[in-house]
Ligand binder design. Structure first.
Ligand SMILES: Cc1ncc(COP(=O)(O)O)c(C=O)c1O
Length: 393
């Protein structure tokens, strides 16, 4: 038995499987008292031992033991060097974007979370950074749109809501020949199903509001870095940016994370059944699901991930079917967000993707009859019955 006596020395548990790592975390339990549930250190500041001497903790915007436990656990799961837990997924996106300087250029997915597009149009633009949206499933398109000043690629895979899958390995190989940093938003699959750093990416970001915390009760974001150089740069930016995750929310995220493996397996198996049901329903025109063998990037999914996740998008046959469907759903809730234990359905065209230009929405297929379903962990028969009932005349 290891005898830890402070919060600095910890066992990284690198040799355990992910379903063990999520339960036991980095330190796992409190090294001083032995408390099994990692304590919530609800303190903004820390008493110094003496001049130039402290406990390794000084001020909670910079460092907090509860947040650090969550950060170390996330880094452990993604095989990163370190992680930063911030107050939302958008804070994670914004923190990473501080790596770009005036006159530089970024490539982002064409089918990306609307908030990320807004960060490019409303913030990066003001800082003199330009961006181009590309289809990361098409390496030639990526190459064509890479400029001499391109410094970053921000990839979402699978994409939101069209479920396109990028080949992280191939993109990273190309990007690194050009000195470009590859960032992957891994919100949909999490490190449990996809490990972008192992595939060659440089940085991973999460809206931990979704599967990581998993219970629709906390907003959080995480940035996992691969190198000490990235860590040192972002540590300074993060201290300035100040959007650190609170101790209570860090604890909620840690607590949610403990069941990540169980939840992801159940999301995955439920989604498979529901995707099949939807595909065979006469009022459903098209289903977008990465687990279908005829999905255009199915081979990449098999190569780069260990599961399909719980996200499905589908197109209904008319607006009137869509309106009735949303009205009649009972168990599945019409609400934004995803990745929690409760099944949620949203309407991208009017909710999550209003920031995406109409031209791109049209090109991608984000029509007014498209819905995105985040399959929860309820009994699949109950979910299918709810869908069946809502689709009945
Ligand atoms: C893929 C993805 N990235 C980032 C975000 C932003 O996360 P948050 O809402 O936690 O700020 C979202 C939110 O829906 C998302 O779906």
């Amino acid at each position: 038995m290891k005898n830890f006596t402070n919060y600095t020395v910890y066992d990284k548990k690198e040799n355990y499987h992910d379903d063990t790592k999520v339960v036991h975390g980095a330190l796992g339990h409190d090294p001083i008292t032995g408390a099994i549930s990692f304590p919530i250190f609800q303190s903004s500041t820390y008493r110094h031992i003496g001049v130039k001497e402290n406990t390794n903790f000084n001020y909670s915007r910079i460092i907090n033991p509860t947040r650090e436990e969550f950060e170390r656990t996330m880094a452990l799961l993604d095989h990163g060097c370190d992680a930063f837990a911030v107050s939302s997924g958008m804070a994670a996106v914004s923190l990473v974007l501080t790596m770009l300087k005036s006159k530089e250029h970024i490539l982002i997915s064409d089918d990306v979370y609307g908030g990320t597009v807004r960060a490019c149009t409303e913030t990066l633009k003001n800082n003199g950074v330009t961006y181009t949206q590309v289809d990361f499933t098409d390496l030639e398109e990526v190459k064509r749109n890479t400029q001499d000043n391109t410094k970053m690629m921000l990839i979402e895979t699978p994409t939101n809501p069209m479920m396109k899958v990028a080949d992280i390995k191939k993109i990273a190989e190309f990007a690194h020949t050009q000195g470009i940093t590859v960032v992957v938003d891994n919100t949909f699959l999490t490190s449990y199903f996809q490990k972008p750093l192992d595939l060659g990416a440089d940085i991973v970001i999460y809206s931990a509001t979704k599967y990581i915390a998993g219970h629709n009760d906390v907003l959080a974001g995480v940035v996992v870095v691969k190198t000490e150089e990235q860590r040192d740069y972002l540590k300074t930016q993060n201290a300035i940016f100040g959007a650190c995750l609170s101790p209570m929310d860090s604890w909620l995220a840690l607590r949610g994370l403990k069941t990540l493996a169980l939840r992801m397996e159940k999301h995955n198996s439920n989604a498979k059944k529901i995707a099949e049901f939807l595909r065979n329903h006469p009022k459903v025109k098209k289903v977008y699901y990465v687990g279908f063998e005829d999905h255009p990037e199915y081979e990449i999914t098999l190569k780069e991930t260990t599961g399909f996740g719980g996200m499905i998008s589908f197109e209904l046959d008319s607006i009137s079917t869509l309106n009735k469907f949303l009205e009649k759903l009972n168990l599945i809730l019409f609400a934004e967000s995803l990745g929690g234990v409760e099944s949620l359905v949203t309407h991208p065209a009017s909710r999550t993707h209003t920031e995406v230009s109409e031209e791109i929405r049209k090109k991608l297929g984000i029509t007014d009859t498209l819905l995105r379903l985040s399959v929860g962990i309820e009994n699949p028969e109950d979910l299918i019955n709810d869908l069946k009932n809502a689709l009945e005349d």
